[in-house]
Design a protein around this ligand. Structure first.
Ligand SMILES: [Zn+2]
Length: 340
C-alpha cells in the first residue's frame, strides 16, 4: 500500500482505513475487470432504479442477504472501532443539519477559473446526491436532498482562483498541511473534531466549518484515488471532466463510498455479487448492492432517537451532535449551529 502525501492527521485516518483506502491501483483496471458485454454475468442493477430501495426497513433482496451478512461480519471482525468513529458522511450530514460543506484542496498550479469552480460545485452536488438518495426514507434517515456548499478553496495562491467571490463561492485558504499541500484550516474541519461538540478555534464556524474535503491532485503516485471520512482524493482533470460530463463520476463515487465507511474488495468479495462500485473496476455506477451496504452501516450506527425499525445505535454518545431527531436541528447546541 502506498500512502499519499498527507498530514499526520490524514495518515491517521488512512491507517484507520488501511485495509480499505490505499490509493487504489484497482480503479485503473476498469476495462479489464468489467464483465464482458453480452455474455457472462448480467450487469448489476443500478441503485437509482432499484425497486428494493423503496423498502423503508432492512429488507434487502433475497439474493443479497447472505452477502450483506458476510460483508458486515467482515466489518465487525476487521474494523469494529469504525462503528464508533463518528466521522462518516452519515454523521457529517446529521451534524450539519442535513447539508454537506466542502473544502476543495486544489493540489495543482493550474488555474481554477469561475467556470471550473462552478463545474466542481455542480459535480459535487449531483454526484454526492447519488449516495444520499439511497438512504431516503430508510430506517429513520431524516433527509431527502442534501445540499452541498463549498466553503473553502485551498491553493498555493489566490491568483489561481481568478475572480473568486468569497461570499458566494467560498473563501480562499492559504493554509497548508505538514507536507505543504493546500487544505482548509483544520480548526474548522469535521474530521479533526469528530468527537467534539464544538469547533473551539474555528473563526465563524457557521461560515467556515467544512464537513470534508475534495482533494484534487495532478499526481497520485500511480494510484487512482483515496477516500475516507476526511473526504475524497482524485485526479483533478479527470474528475472535473467527469463532473462536466454528468453521468456517473466513477472514481469520485467509489471514493465517496469510503466516506460512507464502505470497504474495498481487493482481497475478497461476497460470493453472489459480480459487479458493484465498491469492488474497484467492476462497475462504473452505484449498484443496488452498494446501496444496501450503505443502509447496513446506517442502521448499525444511527442515533437511537432517529427512530426507524432497527434496533440500535453504536454511535459514540448515542445521539447525533445536533440533529436532535428533527431534520432542522432541534436541540442543536448553539455553538454547533454552523453551516445551516
Ligand atoms: Zn477503494
Amino acid at each position: 500500500m502506498r500512502l499519499p502525501t498527507t498530514t499526520a492527521a490524514i495518515l491517521g485516518l488512512l491507517t484507520t482505513l488501511s485495509t480499505s483506502s490505499p490509493l487504489e491501483p484497482g480503479l485503473n483496471d476498469l476495462s479489464r475487470r468489467q464483465a464482458p458485454k453480452g455474455k457472462g454475468a448480467p450487469r448489476a442493477q443500478r441503485a437509482d432504479t432499484a425497486v428494493s430501495l423503496k423498502e423503508t426497513t432492512w429488507n434487502p433482496p433475497a439474493s443479497m442477504k447472505q452477502d450483506l451478512d458476510d460483508v458486515w461480519a467482515w466489518v465487525i471482525k476487521r474494523r469494529p472501532q469504525d462503528l464508533k468513529r463518528g466521522g462518516w458522511v452519515y454523521n457529517q450530514i446529521l451534524d450539519n443539519n442535513g447539508a454537506l460543506n466542502y473544502c476543495v484542496r486544489w493540489h495543482s498550479s493550474a488555474t481554477a477559473d469561475a467556470a471550473t469552480r462552478a463545474a466542481i460545485l455542480k459535480g459535487l452536488q449531483v454526484q454526492s446526491q447519488k449516495w444520499a438518495d439511497l438512504l431516503v426514507g430508510f430506517d429513520g434517515w431524516p433527509y431527502t436532498k442534501v445540499p452541498v456548499k463549498i466553503v473553502g478553496w485551498a491553493g498555493t495562491s489566490q491568483a489561481l482562483f481568478p475572480g473568486l467571490n468569497e461570499t458566494a463561492e467560498g473563501k480562499y485558504s492559504a493554509y497548508k498541511d505538514q507536507e505543504g499541500v493546500p487544505q482548509c484550516n483544520p480548526d474548522c474541519g469535521h474530521f479533526f473534531h469528530m468527537n467534539s461538540e464544538f469547533f473551539p478555534k474555528c473563526q465563524n464556524p457557521k461560515e467556515n466549518m467544512y464537513s470534508m474535503s475534495l482533494w484534487l491532485s495532478d499526481n497520485l503516485g500511480g494510484g487512482a484515488g483515496g477516500g475516507g471520512d476526511w473526504g475524497q482524493r482524485t485526479y483533478r482533470t479527470a474528475t472535473i471532466a467527469q463532473f462536466k460530463a454528468g453521468g456517473d463520476a466513477m472514481i469520485y463515487l467509489h471514493e465517496m463510498g469510503h466516506s460512507y465507511a464502505i470497504d474495498d474488495f481487493y482481497d475478497w468479495k461476497p460470493k453472489g455479487q459480480t459487479n458493484f462500485i465498491m469492488m474497484a473496476g467492476s462497475s462504473s455506477y452505484i449498484t443496488e448492492f452498494d446501496a444496501w451496504m450503505a443502509r447496513d452501516w446506517w442502521r448499525h450506527i444511527k442515533p437511537k432517537n432517529l427512530g426507524g425499525s432497527s434496533s440500535g445505535s453504536t454511535m459514540a454518545g448515542g445521539a447525533p451532535k445536533g440533529a436532535g431527531g428533527a431534520p432542522k436541528g432541534a436541540g442543536r447546541p448553539a455553538a454547533m449551529s454552523n453551516g445551516q
